[in-house]
Design a protein around this ligand. Structure first.
Ligand SMILES: NC(=O)c1ccc[n+]([C@@H]2O[C@H](COP(=O)([O-])OP(=O)(O)OC[C@H]3O[C@@H](n4cnc5c(N)ncnc54)[C@H](OP(=O)(O)O)[C@@H]3O)[C@@H](O)[C@H]2O)c1
Length: 306
């Protein structure tokens, strides 16, 4: 198939594109940066210049594809002020509407990436039938979610991928690692909340399987088998990085440093089921738990001296 990957130069994208190429697909990677084109070509993919914030320019020139994947990120790592949040909300909505327009123009299935955010009580496990809980930063996706639902109801071919927090040698996890190494990282509050997580390689595999099968109209939670608390994850991350136990940061102080919205987002507490992705896509995890995954992720960061 000819597969378009919007966000193919990013953290997840840099793992997904080689997987798609290895499966024999012809892959186009959309980037805003001319400087990325030679690296994309060196991987065996085709570079296409495009910016989701300027969909008209994309739609005018886009060649035919059999599937499109949108994994661009409208958000950068760091403090989130109310002004930045408004910008992220606006961008999230434009990213969704532009990606939907791309899928419509190409008349092909479109894979979109959301995030796992549910509110589960004691003993409860969320699956894809649960409504996304919108609080903190996830509120930015409210309108985007409405647009996606509307497009799906109108008959557009959409597959929704719902990853947990993605970790590995890159992306926001790499920023967390750097903060840990410089002594600026800690656990906010008790850290007894559970955030679903997935190693980037497993996440990319689930997306690649979804491209192979194109189960339109479906959504898939992409998270590992092992719920863990924020404190367990962070402490084991520090252990793998040969650092001392991360300190506890009081919530009030964290609010001042990174902003109220990010603190609220970090308080996500849910347990999710990945059974549907395993059954329907034949997804097998290389890293079923953060314990194997973190060892591999930290080793990869340190061996590459990132
Ligand atoms: N990371 C996580 O923990 C996590 C968790 C749940 C869901 N997700 C979702 O998974 C997807 C991948 O996440 P990630 O961590 O791999 O993101 P990332 O590394 O931050 O992705 C950055 C990518 O977005 C592209 N991009 C940014 N602005 C763009 C624009 N205006 N037009 C076109 N492309 C643009 C960049 O392309 P260029 O710079 O080359 O133009 C780059 O390829 C995202 O949709 C994210 O929302 C991530």
């Amino acid at each position: 198939m000819r597969v378009l990957v919007i966000g193919g130069t990013g953290f997840l994208g840099s793992h997904l594109v080689p997987k798609l190429l290895a499966r024999g697909h012809e892959v186009s990677v959309m980037t805003r940066r001319e400087t990325e084109l030679s690296a994309i070509q060196a991987k065996g993919a085709i570079g296409i210049i495009g910016d989701l914030l300027n969909p008209r320019a994309i739609l005018e020139t886009l060649p035919a594809h059999d599937a499109a994947v949108s994994i661009a990120m409208p958000l950068e790592f760091g403090r989130m002020s109310n002004k930045q949040f408004r910008l992220v909300t606006e961008r999230t909505t434009i990213f969704a509407s532009s990606a939907l327009a791309v899928g419509k123009k190409l008349e092909c299935p479109l894979l979109l990436s959301l995030g796992t955010s549910y509110r589960t009580g004691p003993g409860e496990v969320a699956d894809e039938t649960w409504p996304i809980a919108r609080f903190g930063l996830t509120k930015a996706g409210e309108e985007a979610e409405r647009l996606i639902r509307e497009a799906a109801d109108d008959g557009q071919s959409i597959i929704q991928m719902i990853p947990g927090q993605i970790y590995g040698a890159g992306g926001q996890f790499l920023e967390m690692y750097r903060m840990l190494k410089s002594g600026r990282f800690g656990v906010v509050g008790k850290g007894d909340n559970r955030i679903p997580r997935v190693h980037v390689e497993d996440c990319a595999e689930a997306f690649a399987l979804a491209v192979d099968k194109l189960p339109t109209g479906e959504s898939f939670i992409v998270a590992d088998d092992t719920p863990c608390t924020t404190r367990e994850f962070t402490e084991f991350m520090a252990e793998c990085a040969n650092m001392s136990r991360p300190r506890t940061i009081p919530k009030l102080l964290a609010r001042l440093i990174i902003g109220k919205l990010l603190v609220e987002t970090m308080e996500l507490d849910c347990v999710v089921s990945n059974e549907k992705a395993k059954k329907a896509l034949g997804w097998e995890l290389k890293f079923p738990s953060y314990r194997e995954g973190l060892v591999a992720a930290i080793r990869a960061i340190e061996s590459k001296a990132l």
